[in-house]
Design a protein. Structure first.
Length: 184
């Protein structure tokens, strides 16, 4: 006889509970790096992707291949006893292209398709920060928010190119979520 859980349903339930615990723990770690702030009629969002700039990503960028991190940021209203409502969605794209001749990176940030920032950068550290961080980026107007209601901001990310040679562990799922109460 084997030691351990014998009943297959009980084994499946314990496995699911363990997976939910692990996923919850990883989201809590990422959640601390997402900060919404309501100021001057706008919702400012700060976000840092901790482990997004791996050695594989750096190698792909150094090869000269244009690399893009696409962040989908959702503003959602908590609706007790029902499905939460999406108030607005914004897409932030950070792209980098390395020029092997000049040894410089051309980076660009777009917000909902319009160019927000472009720069030429020489240092890898600054490129990493540009690609994985946005600080107090005005993504939403607070005109649609109701006073004294609970809301949350949710961030998902994808990376391009996304072929099989390098895979980001965060490329399809929820990265972070942060709740706040709108008090005008």
């Amino acid at each position: 006889m084997r030691a351990g859980v014998r009943h297959p349903v009980l084994r499946a339930a314990l496995t699911c509970a363990l997976l939910f615990t692990l996923v919850g723990a990883s989201l809590k770690a990422a959640e601390s790096r997402l900060t919404p702030l309501v100021r001057d009629g706008e919702l400012l969002v700060s976000f840092v992707l901790e482990d997004g700039f791996t050695d594989d990503v750096r190698d792909v960028i150094k090869s000269g291949l244009r690399t893009t991190f696409v962040y989908t940021v959702e503003l959602r209203m908590v609706v007790p006893g029902w499905i939460d409502r999406t108030i607005a969605t914004t897409t932030v794209s950070n792209s980098v292209e390395y020029d092997n001749l000049t040894r410089r990176h051309s980076v660009q940030r777009t917000v909902d398709g319009r160019v927000d920032a472009t720069r030429v950068i020489e240092e890898d550290r600054v490129v990493r920060e540009f690609m994985t961080t946005f600080t107090r980026l005005p993504l939403f107007r607070n005109t649609k928010l109701e006073a004294n209601r609970d809301y949350y901001v949710r961030v998902r990310a994808r990376a391009y190119p996304s072929n099989g040679s390098f895979l980001w562990p965060w490329s399809t799922g929820l990265l972070a979520q942060a709740k706040f109460t709108f008090i005008p």
